[in-house]
Design a protein around this ligand. Structure first.
Ligand code: NAD
Ligand code: PRE
Length: 314
């Protein structure tokens, strides 16, 4: 006996990553950390990104075409901006192996399903996904193996998705540290409009307003920026291509949430103008209870008690 731990069979033999930025590189390092897959090929549109990937050892093989990367792959993960999903799907379609699974990591689901779905050939599984994890950084050097630890990954199976193929993809995301749930596309897009898309737009706006004010305050806004504003500036540094595509492809849900947001904002604005302290106090008491409820339920993925549930919280 050698004494070493028994080798598990890989979840997938060959994985192709299309687009080699933050999410693809994090997924690569996380898959390697857990020894989850056989070989990983990668492709990105720009020569510069492919050169960087080769230099830092991102992927076992970096290919010069999406077709070459997908040849013989058991799992193909589309890690490009939402607006590029359709052209990539069209490009790789003729090279997909029967029985393979195509998934994606896009932040919007209905638009990706409508854009990619029609290009998936008979006999190939299509299971859209979305890891709820990221940073404001992008590109092949920005990834790290821990990105998905204790984060949600939402799978959004399309009609008649194969149960075994879903279970295999679930095993991959669980293997890289995520907690996996299934959801339908419309619900996903509405939930994400509230929790991610509208907050990003608000952060972009707030930083834009502060920049406008800079001329009046002689740069003091930046110099004395408090923690809350600094969080806004971090989020507002996120990739412009990615976020342009998110808003253009989750229009309805984002506009619905922004409409509600504006109504609440006007009510608070009115309370400030009229000196209605009770309204402000009650509103802030209510929102504080929501935050405390999240912590007590063990649903704050950043909190040390994540996943322990209410009864375990001291
Ligand atoms: N950044 C986040 O916080 C985050 C979180 C979860 C999901 N997502 C989603 O993941 C996807 C990728 O985001 P990211 O943050 O990794 O972006 P990124 O900018 O870091 O990487 C995108 C990569 O795609 C490549 N690319 C662009 N167009 C291409 C094309 N037509 N063909 C081949 N490659 C192309 C770029 O060269 C780059 O390598 C997006 O759809 C985004 O919505 C992002
Ligand atoms: O933490 C961040 O920087 C993020 O913006 C990550 C974040 C989010 O809003 O939580 C952004 C977009 C995604 O689709 C998923 C995760």
């Amino acid at each position: 006996m050698s004494g070493s731990a028994p080798q598990r069979a890989p979840v997938y033999g060959k994985v192709a990553l299309i687009g080699l930025g933050l999410i693809a590189s994090s997924l690569f390092w996380a898959m390697k950390r857990a020894n989850l897959v056989g070989t990983v090929t990668g492709y990105a549109r720009s020569q510069e990104t492919r050169d960087t990937a080769r230099e830092i050892g991102l992927c076992d093989e970096v290919c010069d075409s999406a077709a070459a990367a997908c040849e013989g792959a058991d799992l193909i993960v589309l890690c490009v901006p939402i607006g590029a999903m359709e052209s990539v799907a069209q490009e790789i379609a003729p090279y997909l192996k029967k029985g393979a699974t195509v998934t994606d990591v896009g932040s919007v689901k209905r638009a990706v399903i409508d854009a990619v779905g029609p290009h998936i050939p008979e006999g190939v599984h299509f299971i859209p996904g979305h890891p709820l994890a990221g940073t404001e950084h992008s590109g092949p050097r920005s990834g790290f193996a821990e990105l998905f630890d204790n984060r949600w990954c939402l799978l959004v199976p399309v009609e008649n998705s194969d149960a075994a193929a879903i279970a295999q993809l679930r095993a991959l995301w669980e293997g890289v540290g995520s907690n996996v749930e299934e959801m339908d596309a419309e619900h996903h897009d509405l939930v994400l409009a509230v929790t991610s898309h509208a907050p990003h737009l608000i952060a972009y706006t707030m930083v834009g307003v502060a920049d406008d004010l800079r001329r009046v305050t002689d740069s003091e806004v930046i110099k004395y920026s408090a923690a809350g504003f600094r969080d806004f500036t971090r989020i507002a540094a996120s990739d412009p291509t990615m976020w342009r595509d998110v808003f253009l492809n989750n229009k309805e849900a984002t506009l619905e949430i922004l409409g509600r947001f504006t109504e609440e904002l006007f009510a608070l604005q009115r309370a400030i103008r009229t000196g209605d302290g009770d309204h402000l106090f009650d509103y802030f008491t209510h929102t504080r209870a929501i935050r405390r409820g999240i912590i007590e339920a063990g649903q704050d993925t950043d909190a040390p008690n994540f996943g322990r549930g209410k009864k375990d919280v001291k």
